[in-house]
Design a binder for this molecule. Structure first.
Ligand SMILES: Cc1cc2nc3c(=O)[nH]c(=O)nc-3n(C[C@H](O)[C@H](O)[C@H](O)COP(=O)(O)OP(=O)(O)OC[C@H]3O[C@@H](n4cnc5c(N)ncnc54)[C@H](O)[C@@H]3O)c2cc1C
Ligand code: FES
Length: 255
C-alpha cells in the first residue's frame, strides 16, 4: 500500500456527468490487481473529511485512471480538478481481487450495472488472451453506456434506447438460459440488488460467481470496522469489504 501525491494528467467528461480522471503513479500502476481500489483525498481542506474509494478503470503504467459519476460533494470536486494538479491517493487497497489465471474456466461472463462497469476494462486487459470474454452492461440510457476497453458487449438500457429494453439481469438471464458456454465464471459489479440477482442465477446454474461489493467506507484499510459484510462461512462471522474484499466469491458472503 502506497500513499502518494499523484499528478493529475487529465479529467474528461466521457459521458453525460461521467468523468474519467487519470493520474500518474508508477508504484500504484505496478502493483495494482483487478478488483482493487484507491482511496482519494479529494481536497486538502477538512471537507469532505473522508477519502473516497474508486476502482481502477485503466492501468497503463505509469498512468492510472478512474471513472465516476459526479453525484455528491467528493465526486463533484474531483470533476473540477485540472491537469497538473495533485491528489493525495492511497492504494492499491483490498485483498479480495478478481481471480485471473487459475485453471478450470474458459469463459468469463462480466455483468455490470451502471458505473459498476468501472473495474471491467482493467479486468478485461488482465484476463488471459485465451479466455472467451462476454460482457453484459446495463445502463439507464444509451448515452450512459461505457464501452471503453470491453470485449463482446451486450447492452441493456432501462429506456430501450439501445440493445435489450430492460435490466442487465433480465438480459443475462435470457442469455444463460438459452446459450451453452464452456466452463463459465461470472464476475459482477453494480448496485447490490443487481449483484444479488446475478448471484442467484449463478447459484441456480452452479456457476462460480465473484462480486465486487461497494459500500460507504471510512478508513479503507480495515481499522474502523465500518464496512462489514456477513460471512456465510463457519470460520468467520463478518468480513470487511475494504480489507477482505472488495471482491468476494458470492456464495461466501450474505450481501
Ligand atoms: C471499493 C469501491 C469502489 C468504488 N468504485 C467506484 C468507481 O469506480 N466509480 C464511482 O463512481 N464510484 C465508485 N465507488 C463509489 C464511490 O466511492 C462513491 O460514489 C463516492 O464515494 C461518492 O462520493 P461523493 O462525495 O461524491 O458522494 P457523497 O456526497 O458522499 O454521497 C452522495 C450520495 O451517494 C451515496 N453514496 C456515497 N457513496 C456510496 C457508495 N459507495 N455506494 C452507494 N452510494 C453511495 C450517498 O449515500 C449519497 O446519497 C466505489 C466504492 C467502493 C467502496
Ligand atoms: S472502511 Fe474502515 S474497516 Fe473498512
Amino acid at each position: 500500500m502506497i500513499q502518494e501525491h499523484c499528478r493529475i494528467q487529465s479529467v474528461e467528461e466521457i459521458a453525460p456527468n461521467i468523468f474519467e480522471l487519470s493520474f500518474v503513479s508508477q508504484a500504484i500502476s505496478a502493483q495494482v490487481l483487478p478488483g482493487q481500489f484507491v482511496n482519494i483525498r479529494v481536497e486538502d481542506s477538512l471537507l469532505p473529511l473522508l477519502r473516497r474509494p474508486f476502482s481502477l478503470f485503466s492501468v497503463d503504467a505509469p498512468v492510472v485512471s478512474i471513472i465516476f459519476n459526479a453525484i455528491g460533494i467528493g465526486t463533484k470536486l474531483l470533476s473540477q480538478k485540472k491537469p497538473g494538479g495533485t491528489l493525495d491517493i492511497i492504494g492499491p487497497l483490498g485483498n479480495g481481487v478478481f481471480p485471473l489465471d487459475d485453471e478450470g474456466f474458459a469463459t468469463a461472463l462480466l455483468v455490470a450495472g451502471g458505473l459498476g462497469v468501472a473495474s471491467f476494462p482493467f479486468l478485461t486487459s488482465r484476463l488471459s488472451e485465451t479466455r472467451n470474454i462476454l460482457t453484459f452492461v446495463g445502463a439507464r440510457t444509451t448515452s450512459n453506456v461505457i464501452r471503453i476497453g470491453l470485449k463482446n458487449i451486450q447492452i441493456a438500457t432501462d429506456d430501450g434506447s439501445e440493445g435489450f429494453h430492460g435490466t442487465v439481469v433480465e438480459l443475462f438471464k435470457a442469455f444463460i438460459n438459452e446459450q451453452s458456454v464452456p466452463t463459465p465464471r461470472i464476475y459482477s459489479c453494480g448496485p447490490m440488488p443487481m449483484m444479488r440477482a446475478v448471484a442467484q442465477i449463478a447459484k441456480e446454474k452452479n456457476i462460480p460467481c465473484y462480486v465486487a461489493l461497494e459500500c460507504e467506507m471510512a478508513c479503507g484499510i480495515g481499522l474502523c470496522q465500518g464496512c462489514p459484510v456477513e460471512s456465510t462461512m463457519d470460520d468467520k462471522k463478518y468480513n470487511l469489504v475494504c480489507k477482505d474484499g472488495p471482491v468476494f466469491e458470492a456464495r461466501k458472503v450474505n450481501f
